[in-house]
Design a protein around this ligand. Structure first.
Ligand code: GRF
Length: 208
């Protein structure tokens, strides 16, 4: 459990940053053996940035220039990640699709959370999609990022029932509570090198 094993993590956000907070809480408690070395945002007004600053965590804002290609944009970010020797990347409400080159630099090293039970309802407004479809159960999924949108190997999922008096917002709130449980858990396993990917399946190795 020594500091030597602490993984260097970058968290990417675009907005509120509640998943980042939940993860940071578990880092502070020593449950996640990781160090959040930088918070990266594509949005200078992301409320999560203020929280990071208040916690003394380094922040970096990367706004995409209109004429800039996706590749060039992510190359700028890669330069920072490489300088900081980042070993794991946590996408927590980050609203941009990563470039191919970026993904290839970090195979099975980029985690994402999606507010539905994948492969159902990928893409944006997943909670609304699920609500409007009329499913009785939805939930959330932590997965590794591959080249598709929300298609990578599933690490953890949690089921959330859709209640009769739900609307898309109450459903989203209850899903978010579960996100805050499974995302830190998945990152904990990642930092302990306990995630083993075999094809599409991810196995959590026993402790120790
Ligand atoms: C969460 O619902 C997450 O599943 C989705 O974006 C939202 C981010 O919320 N990818 P927050 O910024 O972590 O509060």
């Amino acid at each position: 459990m020594g500091a030597m094993n602490t993984k260097r993590i970058a968290v990417f956000i675009s907005g509120r940053g509640s998943n980042f907070r939940a993860i940071h809480d578990e880092v502070k408690r020593g449950i996640i053996r990781g160090k959040i070395v930088v918070i990266i945002s594509d949005n200078p007004d992301a409320p999560g940035l203020e929280y990071a600053r208040s916690m003394g965590i380094r922040t970096a804002v990367f706004e995409k220039k209109r004429e800039e290609s996706r590749d060039a944009y992510f190359e700028r970010i890669l330069t920072l990640l490489e300088r900081e020797s980042v070993e794991g990347i946590v996408l927590a409400g980050f609203m941009k699709v990563l470039s191919r080159n970026f993904i290839h630099k970090y195979p099975n090293r980029i985690l994402n959370i999606h507010p539905a039970l994948l492969p159902s309802f990928p893409g944006v407004e997943a909670q609304k999609q699920a609500f409007e479809y009329g499913v009785k159960y939805s939930g959330c999924t932590v997965h590794f990022v591959d080249e598709g949108v929300d298609t990578g190997p599933v690490i953890l999922q949690e089921v959330v029932p859709v209640l009769e008096d739900d609307d898309e917002h109450t459903l989203a709130d209850r899903i978010l509570e579960k996100e805050h449980v499974i995302y830190p858990k998945a990152l904990q396993y990642f930092c302990e090198d306990r995630l083993e990917v075999r094809g599409r399946r991810v196995f959590v190795r026993p402790e120790g």
